[in-house]
Design a protein around this ligand. Structure first.
Ligand code: ZN
Ligand code: ZN
Length: 338
């Protein structure tokens, strides 16, 4: 007899919990044993006694929180089966940011997959998403509405490059989240032949340096110093989204505010943020990829952790798949990550 899914995964106030292995996944508060899917702040938090994660996620946590973010850490290589208590776990690439993983939990012929955040679109900066057939698929649903269909990524990058040619007297300030989005943006610009130096706000340096140290080619990068700003006409400057409204952004020559996010699909949202050049560039699966992935897993049951769960649950019901919105709070709050 296969054990029930609830023995392998359930909900606690700290987040998803595996009773058979006595561990949490991406816990919101400090716990004794945490399995962490990736380094974004809403999933990777400091203060756990023990953290199991991929080597890159552990490095990123150490960069952000210091070496002592946990009492002990353990490395999970992609694909390696690790026994914890009564279950076996594996970390599989999620295609979201460097080091990001889905977590597979197995016991007695029952297999659950927790996606964390994931995407299927092109990203030269991290290992591509791998679909794992399973019984229960626990998915994010950030863009779980049919209105969210991400356009071809290459078109978005081409629009940015074209704008720098059209407006050589204006600086292009691109708001992009510091972990993943910024480096993916740079790598995609390089893949499309943009070989000028790309200028970085100081807040992006540490993680970009880490990506380069991990062997990801980002081409010539320059740090923006105060005296440079007036001279950056026609250049691409990448900064955290919060810096776009700062005084910091005002010294650039006639800056064009660009913002890289899946939310830029919603024109009203771009206008409200004062974004002149919205770039639909997301590190989350869009509606088409969410439903294609659910089908591909062959799962008979889908749990939806966070995001737009209701429409996706409705789609599952229509497709004969049992769906359960978990509506976990505390994830996806940082809109810019999306
Ligand atoms: Zn994330
Ligand atoms: Zn997230």
């Amino acid at each position: 007899m296969t054990p029930r899914a609830e023995e392998l995964l359930t909900l606690t106030p700290q987040g998803l919990y595996c009773p058979a292995g006595d561990f949490h996944i991406d816990p919101l508060r400090p716990v004794s044993r945490a399995l962490v899917t990736h380094g974004h702040a809403d999933h990777a938090r400091p203060g756990h006694a023990h953290v199991l994660a991929t080597p890159q996620t552990l490095d990123i946590m150490a960069l952000r929180y210091g070496e002592n973010h946990a009492r002990a850490t353990q490395v999970a290589a992609y694909g390696e089966a690790i026994r914890i208590g009564d279950v076996s776990v594996r970390f599989i690439p999620a295609g979201h940011v460097l080091g990001s993983a889905q977590i597979v939990i197995e016991r007695g012929g029952l297999r659950l997959v927790v996606t964390g955040d994931y995407k299927r679109g092109e990203d030269p900066t991290c290992a591509a998403f791998e679909c794992v057939p399973c019984d229960v698929f626990i998915s994010e649903a950030t863009f779980g509405l049919p209105v969210f269909r991400h356009p071809p990524i290459r078109d978005e990058i081409a629009r940015l490059i074209a704008s720098t040619e059209l407006f050589p007297d204006r600086a292009h300030l691109v708001g992009a989240y510091a972990l993943g989005k910024a480096q993916r943006m740079i790598a995609l610009l390089r893949a499309q032949g943009y070989d000028r130096p790309i200028w970085l706000h100081g807040a992006l340096e540490k993680l970009s340096d880490y990506y380069v140290a991990q062997g990801i080619e980002l081409g010539p990068l320059r740090k923006v110093a105060a005296q440079d700003r007036a001279k950056l006409a026609g250049e691409i400057v990448i900064c955290p989204p919060s810096a776009m409204q700062d005084r910091w952004s005002r010294k650039f020559p006639d800056p064009i505010a660009c913002f890289a996010s899946g939310w830029m699909r919603v024109r009203a949202r771009a206008r409200q943020k004062g974004v002149e050049l919205p770039l639909v560039l997301s590190d989350h699966a869009d509606w088409d990829d969410l439903i294609a992935t659910i089908r591909e897993t062959g799962a008979g049951e889908v749990w939806l952790t966070h995001g737009e769960a209701d429409a996706l649950a409705h789609w599952c019901a229509g497709a004969g798949i049992a769906a359960r919105p978990l509506n976990l709070l505390g994830y996806g709050e940082e809109e810019a990550q999306s």
